[in-house]
Design a protein around this ligand. Sequence first.
Ligand code: HEC
Length: 184
Amino acid sequence: MHSLVETLRSLRGGRLKGCRMNGRTCEHVLEFLQSLIAVVFVVALLSMLFSCSTLSDGDGSTVARPSSEAVSFETEIKPIFEDRCVMCHNGHVAAGDLNLLTKDLAFRRSSNGPFFVPGSPERSKIFRMVRLADDEPGAMPPTGHALSDQELETIKQWITKGADWPAGEAGYLRPTSDMRWRSR
Ligand code: HEC
């Protein structure tokens, strides 16, 4: 690319005086070609940047976990939901139709859902919403910073592997923040 531009430049430097193409001087044609190359170059650069950014949040290549390893609901998923979601999604506050206190509540059929589609993060509303950037409408959580790439990847893999959510105490979620304001 660079040497092509150089060649064009040296051609303009005198050797084409008097030459004409389609009624224009060759210098004009070359000038046009040069700006065309510049535009193509910028477009190529932008598309490269764009594909890099979609790659890094898309395929999770940044995460060290071997894909065969299961995600633990209790030690990996539950803390994320408890820290970042359950203070709003617990059936007491009107936060859409999503209640994250237990698997049965979270997986309930809803006309707004489905929230969880085991095996398919893309079809799981919950994943589509947590993945949105802070300034996009519908991003979850709506306040505070978005989940980290690592947390997103953990949720994605957990859903891909079947969104296993145990019954009983292990699967019962409580918000980690203060809940007192809600009972008033
Ligand atoms: C500060 C309160 C708050 C927090 C924290 C929060 N949400 Fe929400 N969420 C809401 C509200 C309010 C709505 C309803 C938005 C609307 O209807 O426009 C909602 C809607 C949703 C919906 C769609 C529900 C529906 O019925 O369509 C999903 C899915 C969701 N949130 C997931 C999450 C997840 C996952 C987290 C944690 C990472 C989270 N939210 C954290 C307040 C919150």
